[in-house]
Design a protein around this ligand. Sequence first.
Ligand code: SAH
Ligand code: SF4
Ligand code: F3S
Length: 489
Amino acid sequence: MYMEEKISDKIDLDKIEIYPEPPAEEPARQYYFMAKCRNLVKKFERENGRIPKACVVNFGCQMNARDSEKLAGILETIGYGQTEEENADFVIFNTCTVRDNANQRVYGRLGELKWYKKRNPGMKIALCGCMMQEESVIEKLKKSYSFVDLIFGTHNIYKFAELLYTLLETGERVIDIWKDTDKIVEELPVERKYPFKSGINIMFGCNNFCSYCIVPYVRGRERSRQPEDILNEIRRLVKDGVSEVMLLGQNVNSYGRNLDRPVTFAQLLQETEKIQGLRRIRFMTSHPKDLSDELIDVMASSKKICRHLHLPLQSGSTRILEKMNRRYTKEQYVELVHKIRSRIPDMAITTDIIVGFPGETREDLEETMDVVRTVKFDNAFTFIYSKRTGTPAAAMENQVPKEQVKEGFDRLLKVVQDTARSQVGRYQGNVMEALIEEVNETDAGLVTGRLSNNTIVHVPGDASMVGTYVQVSLDECHGFYYMGHCVGI
Ligand code: SAH
Ligand code: SF4
Ligand code: F3S
């Protein structure tokens, strides 16, 4: 784990005056509570002869993962040691609720935590993230999960230190959920998972209300960060050894629209490109309806923007797309891909597809498969539709029978795999640049790298190569990844 250089490095927690009333403004208020928590952690150390350990577990998307790094940064600042073991002194689950199976995983793992807590009654258990923004979840937790000590949502995550202090000081259960917020608190500590690459939030929330999706309800309205705050964060990261960034938002293409001085996403990318020492820029996710010609121009002329675009299709049937409230047609999507590929031929395109949206027929699914065959995605994440309480689609009639969904899902998956294999494999025999990310988990004689187009390649190597850029020969394509060898730097 790598602590980012932030104002947290300049602030000495031991010098913060913690007796008077807490400051009202942020982030000073949170640093005040971090200092107070730190005293309690020191007390724990004196009494137990060891530092307490904390475990942060992430269940959601890249945005949630970035939030988890912020939670870890605060825990680190307070004095907790980090562990991946869930029988730690403090365990926090950062939850996701985009599909029901994400929720079920959390309940399953909570059952295990209850067990650990029985053996270590001093253990504290916390839940936060998207699932906590659902009333029915909170009701269930209150009723049947009394061993959970701290519960908060997505809007007040910046108050983590304050909420944790209340719990540690009183020993009593703390539940604090906000319905929404318009606030963005900058300059809290963050602890990164990788030293050489990082995600960066450029915006929060979503205004699109796709009819199946719960994200706008649990993440609130779209709010963009100020470009200068984003660029300064990237500059700091680069100084700290980061060479690849991923700009994160539910729909990055609408970035900046609601700022006092509006900025486009393409303009933000151009400014990011100028940062010296930064080598790769990625971003997620692009909504097809908002992908501008300006953005295509910027991508085409950029030396740093990676040759990978994640462009969720969801369905290839215009009829279903309309019911999904996606605001593009099958033809518009295909046309957009052609436009991008004609300007940037080596752009890898990946997508998300939902099978089993209410009312989806076999013919609709054929339309989707037709788009997959035409576009030839480098990869497609296929999801079975999951009914989310409170979304318009949940109230729609003719939910598709399970068997039909399963059968359609399997057929689609086959088409996706066949087309992706030939797409990914088109560079076999070429030499390309890879950023080496880690030592291979199953074979310590191999390292795993990522090409600009997001394809994975395994090459012989060792830990000293991690974080470096190397030229690799792509010898053999195995479906979604390559086996290769390093030919130089
Ligand atoms: N903001 C991103 C997607 C975020 S959710 C975008 O608009 O592309 C990630 C993916 O989860 C979505 O692209 C969609 O394919 C899938 N998803 C969202 N809600 C779902 C649901 N109710 N059932 C199944 N899949 C869903
Ligand atoms: Fe959900 Fe649509 Fe927003 Fe993506 S754009 S988060 S799918 S509502
Ligand atoms: Fe899940 Fe929340 Fe992300 S619902 S997909 S963690 S925004």
